[in-house]
Ligand binder design. Sequence first.
Ligand code: COA
Length: 192
Amino acid sequence: MAARTTPPATYPARVQPGADAAPVRRAVAQRNAIALTDLTPNNLGQLRMLNAKLFPIAYSEQVYRDVLAEEVRPVCKLGLYNDIPVGNVCCRVEEGKDVAHCKVYIMTLGVLPAYRHLGLGSAMLRHVLEQAPTGGKYDDGRKVEAVYLHVHTANEAAKQFYEQFGFQVTETVPDYFKTLEPRSAWLLEKRA
Ligand SMILES: CC(C)(COP(=O)(O)OP(=O)(O)OC[C@H]1O[C@@H](n2cnc3c(N)ncnc32)[C@H](O)[C@@H]1OP(=O)(O)O)[C@@H](O)C(=O)NCCC(=O)NCCS
């Protein structure tokens, strides 16, 4: 999660999977269609609304311009559940140790609470790891050194989620967030 300044909020506690953890599961039991779609100028407003609900920090206009760049199209997606946009993953692609390498930074990955535990979060992260396989090649031919992100240290659930995909905490950054308490963030990395 990229650091920005806005009022703090809390993260939802871990809930047990099942009907209560995902109320939508009962209402739409007949269909369980997860899909990812490209970000476009037409659905950018939906991305903004999702992020306002999902994260305790606000993202700058520059972030919303950057996610439409061709370079990041493979790793910036809206997540749909039965055609409804309920989640997103947005990454930026950074320079690696030389021109032949890059790193992928996950800025946002989230799913609206009512649609959690249905597999969408995993589908989005799996997609990023397929498009940017550590040790493999990104869309532009550069070798991917690492996929990484910052997670607020109050967000144990997100840490566990990423660890299931082979991410490891490599550092705790004490003053990463200026307006959240605690201010610290875990640096979670998946390396080749
Ligand atoms: C983390 C998050 C993206 C997971 O999304 P999701 O759609 O519920 O993920 P999935 O349904 O694919 O869950 C896959 C597995 O991850 C683990 N997991 C998911 N949420 C978890 C939680 N809150 N606590 C512990 N493990 C969790 C579980 O093993 C889960 O399988 P289960 O549902 O059978 O228990 C979602 O909880 C979220 O949006 N959180 C708020 C935003 C956030 O913190 N993002 C991460 C920082 S960018």
